[in-house]
Write a protein that binds this ligand. Structure first.
Ligand SMILES: [Zn+2]
Length: 223
C-alpha cells in the first residue's frame, strides 16, 4: 500500500461515506435506520425443513440488507456495532419469549464461512457480530466458532434438496480442537441471512454428527 492509499484509508475511517443502512451521506448509521433496527422478530419457516425453530430480527431489506452487504462485501466494520445490537436484542426477545432454553449459559455458534473468503474480507463478519452481541449480553454468553466450510465444496448442480444438504454437510467441518458447549448451555446457531435454510440444515446435521445439538437458529435477516 503506498502513502496515498494509506492516507485515503485513514480518511475513509474518519469520515464514513454514507449511512450503512440507507446511504444517507455524512453519518455511519443514521437515526432512521436505528429506529428500524430492532423490531418484533419474525418466526421463519425456511423452504428446507429444519429440526429447530428459526427466528429473524427482520426481513431481508434495508437497513438490515444493506448493512449486512456493506459489512460483508465492503468491510464496513463500523456496522458490527448496529448489527450486534440487532442480534443481541433478538436474543433477548427470544429468551423472554421462551424461544431459547433457560440454561445457565448461552453459546452462540456462528454459521460457517469459507475460510479463504473470510480471510479476504478481513475476518468472518458473522463471528464478529456474534462476539460483539455476546459482549453486550454479559459473561454467561460466549461465542464458539465450531464450524467452517471447506474451501472446495463439490458442485451441487442437479442434486435434490436432500442431496444438496448432504453435499454441503460433507463440506462443513466441525473444528475438533474446539471444546464442545458445556451440557448446561443453550446453543444457538447464528447467521446473517437465511435464504433457503440449506446452510443451516447442513450445519445442524454436521454438528449433530459430532454430538453437538443446536437448540434454535437466530438470524439477522430472512430473505
Ligand atoms: Zn440510514
Amino acid at each position: 500500500m503506498d502513502v496515498t492509499a494509506i492516507g485515503r484509508a485513514l480518511v475513509d475511517l474518519a469520515v464514513p461515506a454514507a449511512c450503512g443502512g440507507c446511504g444517507r451521506p455524512g453519518v455511519d448509521w443514521c437515526d432512521s435506520c436505528d429506529d428500524l433496527l430492532c423490531d418484533t422478530p419474525l418466526h421463519v419457516t425456511p423452504r428446507v425443513g429444519l429440526p429447530v425453530a428459526v427466528w429473524a430480527a427482520a426481513h431481508y431489506r434495508d437497513p438490515h440488507r444493506r448493512a449486512v452487504i456493506e459489512l460483508k462485501e465492503y468491510r464496513r466494520v463500523d456496522l458490527v456495532r448496529p448489527l450486534s445490537h440487532c442480534l443481541a436484542s433478538l436474543l433477548i426477545w427470544m429468551g423472554r419469549h421462551g424461544q431459547i432454553p433457560d440454561r445457565d449459559r448461552l453459546v452462540l455458534v456462528p454459521a460457517p464461512t469459507r475460510v479463504l473468503a473470510a480471510r479476504r474480507r478481513g475476518g468472518d463478519p458473522v463471528t464478529r457480530v456474534a462476539r460483539a452481541a455476546a459482549s453486550l449480553l454479559g459473561d454467561r454468553v460466549t461465542v464458539s466458532p465450531m464450524v467452517r466450510t471447506a474451501a472446495t465444496a463439490r458442485d451441487s448442480t442437479g442434486l435434490s434438496v436432500d442431496g444438496r444438504i448432504a453435499n454441503m454437510a460433507d463440506a462443513i467441518h466441525v473444528l475438533g480442537r474446539r471444546a464442545p458447549p458445556p451440557p448446561d448451555a443453550a446453543v444457538v446457531l447464528v447467521d446473517d441471512v437465511l435464504t433457503t435454510g440449506s446452510t443451516c440444515a447442513a450445519t445442524i446435521a454436521a454438528l449433530a454428527g459430532a454430538g453437538i445439538g443446536i437448540d434454535v437458529v437466530a438470524v439477522i435477516a430472512a430473505a
